[in-house]
Design a protein around this ligand. Structure first.
Ligand code: PMP
Ligand code: GLU
Length: 387
């Protein structure tokens, strides 16, 4: 397996900061907000109330009920609590599902660019990844024709992330319907829907892949509290799955991690049951920053910029800088460019190649407006020095 490029770049920027360098970190994708107070209070109360022991492996029943209620309220979906398995972040939920279903040689279709960890998780299960590339010209969204040509008798899973990390693209209901129309002809294919950015969406509409009756019985939704409630460090995510698959992931999780932190689970319960105003406030801030970074990045000569409709990433095409020189060093690719920007501009970004699309950079705009302005100013100045 390769190490996580997002976490590696973030670590590098933290190390530079520790040496006193004023780095602006646009590498890791995590909300810069503090977890809302009522959620933190619930965690403190959980400690005082004695929620300090092992929890049931798939999570407290009260939390699984709160998740089922969320799915009903926000997505119009009906799940029993037995179909929900709570894990250490959405990351573990994804890995649980992949390890529970993928045998050596099984094919997993992944539209790319895609988040760094999917491919490595499939490798861990000894599955075979079939990438379906979508470039900026198609707003980074795969077409039904592309999907159809990637499917065959060996396909066991299709993994779709919308809103997407790293591109911010959001599939409309019609676009998802067109993909479902293809997938309904392949009854053995599991549809894994990563909906972790559900609430960081600027389109005003979100469609869950779980809402298509033709394929609902083999669709697994993965979601969690990390992004919507600014709770990345609490490590609570979940899957909502067909019962047989929920049972399988429960068995797996029972052997390798047990249930996730009791205190964090009580905090997540408060997130789902409390006021949802905080979610909308943070979403609005991300939307304002999206507008700002799109405006600033569009002014950089040679960058091709799309307008992301969700999540908190910009994914510009930057290949016009390849072949240019910084002193003796030639910028050959996006990794060289990301390193140059880190060293010269002290701005951390991630090479698009880590998301399987070379020629692009990923910039996380989950940071203050001031940081974004300063970061883009530094990037422009550093790029202008290349010749
Ligand atoms: N899916 C995507 C697309 C992500 O960007 C992340 C963030 N790391 C995750 C899943 C996992 O989130 P977490 O484990 O923090 O719940
Ligand atoms: N989702 C974030 C990112 O892509 C967190 C880092 C990670 O888990 O990879 O940057």
């Amino acid at each position: 397996m390769s190490p996580s490029a997002t976490l590696a770049m973030s670590q590098k920027s933290t190390e530079l900061k520790a040496q006193g360098v004023d780095v602006i970190n646009l590498s890791v994708g995590e909300p810069d907000f503090e977890t809302p107070v009522h959620i933190r209070d619930a965690a403190k109360k959980a400690i005082d109330d004695g929620y300090t022991r092992y929890t049931p492996v798939p999570g407290y029943m009260s939390l699984r009920k709160a998740v089922a209620a969320k799915l009903e309220r926000e997505n119009g979906l009906s799940y029993k609590p037995e179909q929900i398995v709570v894990s250490n972040g959405a990351k573990q939920s994804l890995c649980n599902i992949i390890l529970s279903t993928i045998n050596p040689g099984d094919e997993v279709v992944i539209p790319t660019p895609a988040w760094v960890s999917y491919i490595e998780m499939v490798k861990l299960a000894e599955g075979v990844v079939k990438e379906v590339p979508a470039t900026i010209e198609q707003d980074f969204k795969v077409t039904p024709e592309q999907l159809a040509s990637a499917l065959n008798e060996k396909t066991r899973m299709v993994l779709i992330c919308s809103p997407s990390n790293p591109t911010g693209s959001v599939y409309t209901r019609d676009e998802l319907q067109a993909l479902v129309d293809v997938l309904k002809e392949w009854p053995n294919v599991i549809i894994l829907a990563d909906e972790i950015y559900e609430h960081i969406n600027y389109t005003g509409a979100f469609t869950s892949l779980g809402s298509f009756p033709e394929t609902a019985d083999r669709t697994v939704i993965v979601n969690g509290v990390s992004k919507a409630y600014a709770m990345t460090g609490w490590r609570v995510g979940w899957c909502a799955a067909p019962l047989w698959l929920a049972k399988a992931t429960n068995k797996l999780q029972g052997q390798y991690t047990s249930g996730c932190s009791s205190i964090a689970q009580k905090a997540a319960e408060a997130a789902y049951e409390g006021s949802q105003e905080c979610v909308e406030e943070m979403r609005k801030a991300f939307e304002r920053r999206r507008n700002l970074i799109v405006e600033l990045a569009s002014q950089i000569p040679g960058w091709k910029v799309n307008v992301p409709q969700g999540a908190f990433y910009l994914f510009p095409e930057v290949s016009s800088y390849f072949g240019k020189r910084a002193g003796d060093k030639v910028i050959e690719n996006a990794n060289d460019l990301a390193m140059y920007l880190l060293e010269e501009a002290h701005v951390a970004t991630v090479d698009g190649g880590a998301f399987s699309l070379p020629g692009y950079l990923r910039l996380s705009y989950a940071t203050s407006d001031d940081n974004l302005r300063e970061a883009m100013r530094r990037i422009s100045t550093a790029l202008a020095k290349l010749n």
